[in-house]
Design a protein. Structure first.
Length: 319
């Protein structure tokens, strides 16, 4: 007994277990995608492997951020779970069996917009030819829906163009009527002078100014007048933009004669001018940030008000 006690005292202590290394972000993302592929009603987060993201894992927050990346989301979260996006399917398809690919591809395709569905199915069929028999009918439906959507957009664009043409024709007609009315009034005044036995004034060498339209009070006196002034300015700016897009300089010049008559109504930028980009007065351009140098392609319009400048139509800029 004494020898056994001594042996216990001299026994070497057990080595401490090495701490378990946390799973990488890539591993956690793959785990979440596989689980969503087989169980779309799995909870988003939890403290077990049954959840898409185990909050006990050190890198779970980074994995969630990867799956929610706005530029290429991998999962679409729902109230009852999550489903794979097209990008998520591409990330996990290599880890799925052939039996899993086809039903999952159908489910993912049904959740995609019309414009993305055909591309997605085409890619799946290309990678997994054995799924072609079941996915080709869906591809046909997606292409038909894509064609119908394209035709609807074309019809809408044609209607909008026809409406803009009609608006410009009406503006040109209004311009002609105003000019005729002005000429008639001048002729009437001349006849009245002749009746009174007075000599009409000699025409001056200077060209008479273009007729203007009284469209709004020069200075708004209250909020109602201010809103009316803005509304009129917005309508004129919208028609002016149509004359620019349809290349109708005569109609645009006529509109500007009315727009200049609104006190404080002014152009924003000049064609070809280099300016610092500002989202407040310029239409957004992909890849351009505030302060970047851009060139004005089409001016905009703004109103000077007591509280500052009110932008009615943003200027179009380019790099």
């Amino acid at each position: 007994m004494e020898e056994e006690a001594k042996a216990k005292k001299t026994r070497a202590p057990r080595a401490a277990k090495a701490p378990q290394q946390p799973q990488s972000v890539d591993a956690l993302v793959q785990q979440a995608l596989k689980l969503a592929a087989t169980n779309p009603k799995a909870s988003w987060t939890g403290q077990s492997a049954k959840a898409l993201f185990n909050t006990k894992e050190a890198n779970s927050a980074a994995a969630i951020e990867r799956c929610r990346d706005a530029s290429r989301p991998l999962l679409k979260q729902h109230k009852d779970g999550a489903t794979l996006t097209g990008a998520g399917f591409e990330e996990v398809v290599a880890a799925l069996s052939e039996e899993q690919v086809t039903p999952l591809a159908k489910s993912v395709a049904n959740g995609l917009p019309v414009g993305e569905r055909a591309d997605f199915l085409q890619g799946v069929i290309g990678r997994t030819p054995l799924a072609a028999a079941e996915l080709t009918p869906l591809l046909e439906e997606a292409i038909a829906a894509e064609k119908a959507s394209r035709q609807a957009r074309e019809e809408e664009a044609a209607k909008r163009r026809a409406a803009e043409e009609a608006s410009l024709q009406a503006l040109e007609r209004a311009q002609k009527l105003i000019a005729e009315r002005q000429q008639a009034r001048v002729a009437e005044l001349l006849r009245l002078l002749e009746i009174e036995g007075q000599k009409p004034p000699e025409p001056t060498a200077e060209r008479s100014p273009a007729p203007t339209l009284e469209v709004a009070p020069a200075v708004p006196n209250n909020s109602e007048d201010k809103d009316f002034r803005r509304d009129v300015a917005a309508q004129l700016a919208s028609s002016w933009r149509a004359t620019w897009e349809l290349n109708k300089p005569d109609a645009r010049e006529f509109l500007e004669s009315a727009m200049w008559n609104i006190s404080g109504f002014k152009l924003v930028g000049e064609v070809g001018q280099r300016v610092a980009y500002s989202g407040r007065v310029h239409e957004s351009v992909a890849g351009v940030f505030s302060g970047d140098q851009v060139k004005v392609a089409r001016p905009g319009w703004a109103l000077d008000e007591d509280a500052g400048e009110f932008v009615v139509l943003k200027a179009v800029v380019e790099k």
